[in-house]
Design a protein around this ligand. Sequence first.
Ligand code: CDP
Length: 223
Amino acid sequence: MTVVAVDGPSASGKSTISRMLAQRLGFIYVDSGAMYRTVTWKALEEGLDVNDTAQVIAMLDRIRIHFDICDQQVRMFIDGIFPGETVREPRVAEKVSIVAAIPEVRRVLVAHQRSLTQFGSLVMEGRDIGSVVFPNTPHKFYIDANPEERAKRRRKDFEAMQIATSTDGVAQALAQRDKLDSTRATSPLQVAPGATVVDNSINPPERTVEIILEQITRQQRAQ
Ligand code: CDP
């Protein structure tokens, strides 16, 4: 079983790269951010105040989480519902870092993330995959890009979803989320020990994927 860990800040391009990598390697793609978003979506559906940690923890005890595979990607269901693209809406994005900072939420989701190797070899993207979820994998990458490029990318994502935004508003929201993710006490966003940092500001994703694949091949030869 092989796990490729891809971490990095919001809108750095890690989803595009992770999907392409999974396809090239024939591995299953896991978006761990979608799992934190799905729990946040559920809390909002229930009308909870996500700043009230006790309410979120009580919800975690109530809900049933399960997974399936569709098109070589893992999908997370809560109480039988897969919310799909809804979890990408700004209302979820605004709150997800608050929910993701709750240690109990992380404990539950990290256990689920580790269990996903039951489906086969994985490319998993997130914030703490190389540092906490699979610290022993030799294949750890940290994808970064400059803030302007990241804001432009995220604005395009929203345009594709027909959600009106401004580049400044998007840049501010990303900066706010990065700050929360990097400064939280439990599993903050960081470059995992041994991770290869890849700057994805300029290269097209195909080139970044080639660089990562070459590195994985070198690492496998060295094993
Ligand atoms: O799509 P984007 O890169 O903006 O974010 P995401 O990967 O969907 O993750 C959404 C949020 O979930 C992040 O801002 C983190 O607060 C949280 N997250 C986390 O704490 N740990 C992970 N392994 C993945 C995501």
